[in-house]
Ligand binder design. Sequence first.
Ligand code: UGA
Length: 452
Amino acid sequence: MNSRPVDARLRRPERLSIVGAGYIGLPTAAGFADVGYEVTCVDINEEKISQLQAGRVTLHEPGLEQLVQHGLRTRRLRFSTDLASAARESSIVFVCVPTPQADDGSADLSFVEAVAAQLARVVHPGTILVTRSTVPVGTASRLREIIGRSDVHVAANPEFLREGSAVRDFLHPDRVLIGAVEPQVQRRLAELYDVFDAPVVVTDIPTAELTKHAANAFLATRLSFVNSMANICEAAGADVHDVMRVLGMDPRIGPKFLAAGPGWGGSCLPKDTRALAHVARELGEAFTQLESTVASNEQQFDRVVSRLAQHLEGGCAGRRIAVWGLAFKAGTNDLRDSPSVSVCRRLLAAGASITAHDPAVNATAVASLGVDYAETSIGACFGADALVVLTEWSEFANVEPASVASAMNGKVVFDTRNVLDANRWTDAGLTLLRVGRGSPDPLNDAASANAA
Ligand code: UGA
């Protein structure tokens, strides 16, 4: 990596500023520097910036720390807390600050708006201000009003990065989406991405803004459909994994993003589905299907707890539950809107106590959830009445079922992510429950027998 030359396809030596050194901003900054641009990444968090200046990345994101270190070595990547200086030196400024969910479900744009207001005072004429965070349709118009300068351009370039593969997704994108009005802005932004082997789609700004929300809403709807099918499969004694395997063979559907689970979550899908539903209501076009996608996901979390309670005599109250996995998916330590955390909250509300292990989540973060921390998978199981697997870390598949059986007090193991080998775990004398699979699950066997 050290000796990697600047990509020959780089057309112009744009100097870029990236505002926000989080899950979106940091891979964007390090990625643009990696292909040859001069990049300054700005954040208000001084501690984070000094860590980054020393080449330390606290996000659990494969390859990101190496990319940052490489950028620092080549001096193409710099970190700063000085937004004004960075923006004055840049021709293009990407805004990558959080757009969290507000109480009414809408996207809270206060961080984006505050950055735009600061930039308005300092940038040179001709600067392009680009939203890269996910923002609702109409945001660019709002920013234009805030900036109040006709010599500053506004554009949208939504990111499609997935946590856990953000570096790969940035360097090898499926597609690049640019929303801009002026032809020269469209051209300059498109040229930035010439260096990547990806189709670049240029649209108007509202289309670009809405497309990002549509993509995440579609993915969430797909998963709620899969989870609803899983529930029907449980009742019918069918196997959702086979159902989805066959569905996925249809090229119109495709095999990815069809895994049933405890419900979907993360820093994007939950807030973006709610934000789009909110926008739709405001536009007078209620998105009832998306509202029910969100509602059915909440029911999926409830269902994990109620199904577990059915298998614990007397329910969850006073029970000790071992939890494997807290992150919202494997490959990250991110707990934001994690399905596991949603399930843990419900278990605690039902009167259970929890000891949790996650290979990437540290003791402090675990304690903040009100659950006990275990350093190992087995450590979480001592004296437990049940074990629930809530994140699909592959290492859980390698744990010896016999050791779990002897550590636990009870026999119920609920694998909501389909990571455990059913035969090995039932052979160890454990009662294995799985999402979307009727058998081996005595209650469902009984239900399907009754149905027959
Ligand atoms: C999501 C989108 O997939 C990205 O395309 C998008 O760029 C990103 O949001 C964003 O807006 O920034 P991410 O939040 O990293 O990416 O997570 P996903 O991989 O989409 O997973 C979301 C949730 O769905 C997780 O809880 C995951 O466990 C769950 N999931 C995913 C399933 O339950 N089954 C699956 O088959 C796939």
